[in-house]
Design a protein around this ligand. Structure first.
Ligand SMILES: Cc1cc2nc3c(=O)[nH]c(=O)nc-3n(C[C@H](O)[C@H](O)[C@H](O)COP(=O)(O)OP(=O)(O)OC[C@H]3O[C@@H](n4cnc5c(N)ncnc54)[C@H](O)[C@@H]3O)c2cc1C
Length: 490
């Protein structure tokens, strides 16, 4: 299904000519769509508004010289598990996954940390009375992880190839995360671990299906890991771009497409943008009915992020936190639930869930010798206009709570408000880093019932605003390209 396809489709294309495709945007999904088309003999040009490729998979020196910060994404459970990425020779084009000693650490106020270890049994041993229940929940998903990935990294509504596995997954995935954790687990450690993973859904943890992301990320940690990319997120984008060019593809950076009229010379266009941008780009090229459907699409909370240049590793009280590139700060399940409810109510909790990435612990290329980089973000209301100072304080206080002396290690910082995110990358509408809310309606109809297709038969969407949604995995791009190839008989 995902293997190389070198048969050019041009013979079937009207006029017998080589079909030409334009891709608007070079995020991981735009580049993946470009590759999937180029592999089938389509002549593809990618247009990227910024001077570098990658979108939210980019790295830059935004604090001090020699400190390389991942501007968006940093940790890739779904990237390393992506069936499409696995079908590409990205290692030959410079991508090396680096797996931390543990996928995730979750410190608690008692000075210990709950660890998501690679080994399921080792994780369970750390969960006190809930070890057996955790094992029973995760084992079936971990054992059949590749099959599960193929089922979940695409449109939600499909005939499953592994119905028993999917029925079991669906049985628990449909639950609100808090209800699942409180029903299955008795102790604070397992509950907190599950809540932290589920909080990546950017949904209130009391809402249906918020458990799904908790299950997927937990199982990914045991089955495949949560790696970082050596050299930073940019290495993923650069590897995708270099492979694409090796297939004969062209990339024009520094070229923002303002209107589809600029692309009239192409047979088809795939847009790595969100619905709001597509409405502007397409103008009269889409039907009023389709435009209304796009207008109904809802964005989720935004992110407020700080990149830190550090004089030393974060001084965690629980030293186990140094074994993981990802650290979940927030303490108990109740705190996580309160934190994730707040942005949907227009607020930021005083002690929010802070997601920390500390990649330089495992990749010496990120900072000058002995120095470190890290980032931390919390979820805030979409388009948040509240106090930046207070939000910065809330984030750094959470780090200080679990790592006393942290502030003394800060050499420099770069703050990303929701507006700063959107002006850097127009896909991050109001700071939403998932390409739109990941509620059940928008998981199925993402962004509309037509998913990758639009009312214009030459126009497709291929961004994280299509299934399976946010994350660096390229599957939205792959599925959009597959839909286009099928429609064009290529
Ligand atoms: C702070 C942050 C942290 C994250 N952490 C993680 C993580 O650790 N792991 C993970 O898997 N995911 C993470 N994500 C999510 C992940 O990065 C995104 O879901 C993913 O990058 C989406 O890819 P995309 O190709 O759909 O869009 P994007 O990566 O957003 O790329 C879109 C590209 O299109 C370009 N573009 C837009 N409009 C135009 C136009 N009109 N003309 C030309 N170019 C245009 C933009 O400049 C941009 O380069 C994070 C995101 C953010 C912001």
């Amino acid at each position: 299904m995902f293997g190389p396809e070198s048969t050019p489709g041009s013979a079937d294309f009207p006029g017998g000519s080589t079909p030409k495709a334009a891709i608007v945007g070079s995020g991981p999904n735009g580049l993946s769509a470009a590759i999937a088309l180029a592999r089938r003999g389509v002549e593809v040009t990618v247009f990227e508004g910024r001077d570098t490729v990658g979108g939210a998979a980019s790295t830059g020196e935004v604090t001090l010289p020699g400190f390389h910060h991942d501007l968006g994404s940093s940790v890739y459970p779904m990237g390393v598990s992506s069936p499409f990425f696995q079908s590409l020779p990205l290692g030959e084009f410079g991508l090396n996954w680096v797996e931390p000693r543990a996928p995730l650490a979750h410190p608690l106020d008692d000075g210990t940390a709950v660890l998501l270890e690679h080994d399921l049994a080792a994780t369970a041993a750390n969960l006190g009375p809930d070890g057996p229940a955790y094992t029973r929940l995760m084992r079936p998903l971990v054992d059949r992880w590749p099959q599960l990935c193929r089922e979940i990294l695409g449109p939600v509504l499909h005939l499953p190839s592994h119905p028993v596995l999917m029925a079991r997954f669906g049985l628990f995935a449909a639950w609100p995360a808090t209800m699942l954790a409180r029903t299955l687990f008795r102790g604070p450690r397992a509950r907190a671990l599950f809540a932290g993973n589920a909080a990546h859904s950017v949904l209130p943890l009391e809402s249906p299906f918020s458990a799904a992301v908790g299950l997927v990320l937990g199982a990914a940690g045991h089955a495949a890991g949560w790696p970082i990319a050596q050299g930073g997120a940019q290495s993923i984008a650069n590897a995708l771009a270099a492979y694409f060019k090796s297939l004969g593809g062209t990339i024009e950076t520094g070229r923002t497409i303002a209107s589809l009229a600029e692309l009239s010379g192409f047979d088809l266009t795939l847009c790595d943008v969100s619905p709001r941008q597509l409405i502007q780009l397409a103008g009269e090229e889409i039907s009023p009915k389709y435009r209304r459907a796009l207008e109904a699409f809802r964005y989720g909370p935004g992110a407020f992020k700080i990149d830190w240049a550090l004089s030393e590793p974060i001084p965690w009280r629980a030293k186990d936190c140094l074994r993981a590139a990802t650290v979940h700060l927030g303490g108990t399940i109740d705190e996580f639930a309160a934190s994730e409810r707040a942005p949907w109510e227009g607020r930021v909790e005083r002690r929010p869930f802070v997601l920390v990435a500390q990649p330089s612990l495992f990749d010496a290329t990120r900072a000058p010798e002995g120095k470190h980089t890290a980032w931390g973000y919390c979820h805030v209301p979409n388009g948040f206009t509240g106090s930046e100072i207070q939000t910065l304080e809330a984030i750094e206080s959470q780090v200080e709570r679990f790592a006393p002396g942290f502030r003394d290690c800060i050499l420099a910082r770069k703050v990303w408000s929701t507006a700063a995110f959107e002006s850097w990358n127009p896909n991050l509408i109001g700071g939403d880093l998932s390409g739109g809310a990941m509620n059940i309606r928008q998981l199925i109809f993402r962004p509309t019932e037509w998913q990758y297709r639009t009312s214009n038969r030459k126009l497709y969407l291929c961004s994280a605003s299509t299934p399976p949604g946010g994350g660096v995995h390229g599957m939205c791009g792959y599925h959009a390209a597959t839909a286009a190839l099928r429609d064009f008989g290529l």
